[in-house]
Ligand binder design. Structure first.
Ligand SMILES: [Zn+2]
Length: 421
């Protein structure tokens, strides 16, 4: 079916235009340009959907439950939070992970995310033996994405030491076999793509990093890892290898064009240089990093090196791409005592940089997937905003409540007002 949508405005990273039609066909954008006929979307702006670069869907189950101190542990930090998270991870079943993931992905669509990268490391039965289908839990997560209509990049993640028994694989070969099996299974699931990852340098030793990196680069697959989130992880890595986490990743061949480093909160200049030399990218998760007391993203240093940046909702403490983007610039302002800090090239505002990080593109173009959001121009947060200021109003003055509809692969999968999910 071919369909032309005629919103009041089409928004991109630099501004918003009227009189533009968006023609959708076979899940893609067939045309973007001047149009007078089509389906009117009055009071709406259309823009690209947000890309969620890092998610643990099941952690949505912790919403509101971990915002107080346990009397037995008066000093609360990342590591005490992790105990609470492990309790939740310990009781997941194929059914319950599908249910919590469905709720999480439904919320993402309502917030304007049209795709999600799921960093999946709960693999086996609670005591550590594989399910009859060793990918049972990964498939439950993929089916939850299909239930909601969100696009999914599923990252099965290697884990072999520390953590819960159900996270761990016995050998890197067994892990990569599961990746092969998932890739084959995903061929019948058009909105599901498979990459792979290693949880962290803490959970995976050097030999595994080498094998996993080799496999991912050979097969040209997205490759993800948490790194430099917490000082303790860095100290342990230095004690074991005499290297910082990203230095180890460079030395083991893990870094490459397809590699995404999640967090990089405490990365040094040298680690960021290495990331840049290997053309790796960084995914920031500011609402989670703030909630867990991790620290601030070295955003200025990332921008100066031209490292590709994306954002993720990670622990799901908030699911709101507008807030993730705003946090990056706001933190940079707090740290520098200046305004409008993250400026690239000839720009005068950080907005284009931030929206490109959120969308993974600068605007809607023919040939792109038809992953779109409808923005409510009458929403109290946007009412009275001039078209030329709309992109900055989204980043600095709005939240997920302005999303009135979400389209994935040319199909409307969320409409505001319908919360029955
Ligand atoms: Zn994470």
């Amino acid at each position: 079916m071919r369909q032309t949508l005629l919103p009041d405005l089409v928004v991109d990273a630099h501004g918003a235009s009227s009189g533009v039609g968006i023609t959708v066909e076979h899940g893609g954008l067939a045309a973007v340009g001047p149009a007078t006929e089509g389906e009117r979307l009055a009071g709406r702006a259309l823009g690209p959907g947000f890309v969620n670069g890092h998610s643990h869907a099941f952690q949505r189950g912790l919403r509101g439950a971990v915002e107080r101190i346990e009397p037995s542990q008066p000093r609360d930090d990342f590591w005490t939070w992790r105990e609470r998270m492990y309790s939740l991870a310990g009781v997941l079943s194929p059914n319950s992970i599908r249910e919590v993931s469905r709720r999480c992905y439904g919320e993402m669509l309502s917030a304007g995310y049209t795709s999600v990268t799921e960093f999946h490391y709960v693999h086996h039965r609670p005591e550590g033996t594989p399910y009859e289908d060793p990918n049972a839990l990964a498939k439950s997560v993929a089916l939850a994405a299909e239930d909601t209509g969100i696009r999914l990049l599923l990252i099965p993640v290697a884990y072999t030491r520390d953590g819960l028994p159900r996270f761990r694989d016995q050998s890197v070969q067994a892990f990569l076999q599961r990746v092969d099996d998932l890739r084959e299974w995903s061929e019948g699931h058009p909105l599901v793509e498979i990459g792979l990852g290693a949880h962290s340098v803490r959970a995976v030793p050097r030999g595994w990093l080498e094998e996993i990196g080799r496999y991912a680069h050979r097969e040209d697959l997205p490759l993800h890892i948490h790194a430099d989130e917490q000082p303790r992880e860095i100290e342990e890595c230095q004690a074991e290898y005499g290297l910082r986490p990203i230095e180890l990743l460079a030395q083991t061949g893990f870094l490459g064009t397809g590699t995404t480093i999640i967090h990089a909160t405490h990365a040094t200049e040298r680690e960021l240089d290495l990331s840049s030399e290997h053309d790796a990218s960084v995914c920031a998760c500011p609402t989670t990093e703030g909630n867990l007391g991790d620290g601030f993203l070295p955003a200025r240093e990332i921008l100066e090196r031209n490292l590709r940046l994306s954002v993720g909702s990670d622990s799901q403490v908030r699911i709101d791409p507008f807030e993730e983007l705003r946090e990056i610039e706001t933190n940079a302002r707090r740290l520098s005592g200046q305004r409008n800090v993250l400026i690239t090239g000839n720009e005068t505002s950080p907005t284009p940089y931030l929206l490109r990080a959120g969308w993974g593109r600068a605007g809607l173009q023919a040939g792109d997937p038809a992953d779109l959001i409808e923005l409510d121009l009458a929403h109290p947060a946007l009412a009275g905003v001039e078209a030329s200021n709309l992109p900055s109003a989204l980043v600095f003055g709005a939240g997920s409540g302005v999303v009135a509809g979400t389209w994935v692969d040319g199909r409307k999968v969320y409409e505001r007002g319908d919360t029955s999910g």
